[in-house]
Design a protein. Structure first.
Length: 466
């Protein structure tokens, strides 16, 4: 089904790529590609779905065949019908504003009959368990619902191959369970699955084999049993997350005995008649790392945007260090780091991005240099932010927050898509920042990360239930 022989690829704008790849994936097989950030996982998916080098420009050598055909002889138009792709951020592949239109979009592009489009759309909605949602705006969907919508839009085309690139990075436990059920059904139906993932504990024996990549090459092949029995030192050295299911970390709610940096009272938010938040009351302790957790759609990001002044507060009150604060004061005292790193870089180099808005004093320059070295980004200080790998962009976004000057930082999914080693780098950087006086609020589903550095937990599911 998928055959790569002596394949090498280098991007035009960076040194990233893959070298001498030889890989055969049989029809109906599920293969997982894993390894450290920047090892070549995403590039492998782009080679299989034809985006490299036809969209992501670069130099390719070797031969790639999809279903027995040389991929270079297949028009991009036809590759899209044979290979369906689901990315980490589903919003990047949406073209419509509402659910049914998005699922039907691909079929419309291929000129299917109206009756066929309706039938395929209905089938895909049922298959991905989206009937209860209705035909609503995509902006109102939770992360899990958006991910299932993206899969449905691909499923409607009935591709032979599904390619997933870090597609569970922003999903909660329930969303991941639904994702696995969907993949099991796809595999049972005979589809070929290629999955690029850091977090592999949820996949288990669904995968026929795991390929470990390092420096753009396939360095090893493992079964689920071999990975599950790997010692912790070797696992972290390979950038692999914990293979066993990390239990829910037992971390208390914020303490009223500590100094309070943020207090929110009776926060409510409604969008397009959908109640997002209702009478939410929380407080955040000063100089602590507090996790905001909860199911996809529980309002975590909406609350973060309100607290940071990026969403106007219409109902309720917010207090900073005991004083009532309007959105202008919130925006100047709280730094919000989005979970979409692709939309928050503005300069042409990593070093300039890090110092954007800061004084170029000797102290700040030294702090930036030290942070880049600690985060393993110093070698890329002159690189354009968009040329970095996904994990490097994530670390750069956190670096920008840490050097922003604001005392309070809100980080939205700071470890999504990060390997074990880089998760540890983020963890240590946040602990250091707290010792230096920062107050940090993190929105996350990453239980491994929570257990490593968070002192308190605000559970939005419990708050909404109460």
């Amino acid at each position: 089904m998928i055959d790569l022989k002596n394949v090498s690829f280098r991007y035009s704008d960076s040194n990233y790529g893959v070298t001498n790849i030889n890989l055969t994936i049989k029809a109906g097989e599920c293969v997982v590609i894993t390894g450290k950030s920047g090892c070549g996982k995403t590039t492998m998916t782009r080679l299989v779905n034809g985006l490299a080098p036809k969209y992501y420009k670069g130099t390719k050598t070797g031969n790639i065949q999809i279903a027995g055909k040389n991929i270079e002889m297949i028009p991009v138009y036809d590759i899209g019908r044979a290979v369906g792709s689901i990315f980490q951020d589903p919003q990047r592949q949406f073209f419509s504003s509402e659910l049914e239109g998005e699922i039907a979009f691909g079929c419309e592009n291929y000129g299917f009959l109206k009756s066929d489009i309706q039938e395929r759309t209905k089938e895909a909605i049922h298959k991905m368990r989206l009937e209860s949602i209705g035909n609503i705006s995509l902006d109102l969907l939770s992360s899990g619902e958006k991910q299932r919508t993206a899969i449905a839009s691909v499923y409607a085309l009935h591709p032979q191959i599904f390619v997933f690139d870090e597609s569970t990075a922003n999903l909660d436990k329930g969303g991941i369970a639904q994702m696995k059920n969907i993949l099991v059904e796809l595999k049972q139906a005979g589809h070929t699955l290629l999955i690029a993932e850091h977090r592999i504990n949820w996949i288990g024996e669904l995968a026929d084999r795991y390929l470990y990549m390092e420096d753009g090459q396939i360095q090893g092949q493992y079964s689920s049993l071999e990975l599950s029995t790997m010692n912790e030192r070797e696992r972290i050295a390979k950038g692999l997350r914990c293979f066993s299911n990390t239990p829910f970390a037992k971390i208390p709610a914020p303490s009223r005995t500590d100094n309070i940096a943020i207090r929110a009272e009776n926060i409510s938010l409604k969008k397009s008649k959908k109640q997002i938040l209702k009478n939410v009351n929380i407080f955040v302790n000063e100089k602590r790392i507090t996790a905001i957790t909860g199911s996809n759609g529980a309002g975590k990001t909406s609350l973060a945007l309100i607290l940071s002044g990026l969403e106007k507060l219409k109902e309720g009150s917010i207090y900073l260090y005991g004083e009532k604060a309007r959105y202008r004061k919130l925006r100047t005292n709280i730094y919000y780091c989005s979970n979409d790193t692709g939309t928050q870089f503005f300069t042409e180099s990593v070093s300039k991005e890090l110092l954007l808005g800061s004084k170029h004093s000797a102290e700040n320059l030294e702090a930036a240099k030290k942070l880049l070295k600690n985060m393993h980004l110093y070698d890329y200080k002159d690189s354009h932010p968009t040329s970095l790998s996904g994990g490097q962009k994530q670390r750069l976004a956190v670096c920008c927050a840490l050097l922003s000057g604001e005392k309070i930082l809100i980080l939205d999914e700071p470890t999504s898509g990060l390997d074990a080693e880089n998760m540890c780098l983020i963890t240590e950087a946040l602990k250091t920042a707290v010792k230096q006086g920062k107050t940090i609020l993190v929105i996350t589903h990453d239980e491994e990360f929570i257990a490593a550095c968070c002192e308190y937990r605000i559970n939005m599911d419990k708050i909404l239930k109460n």
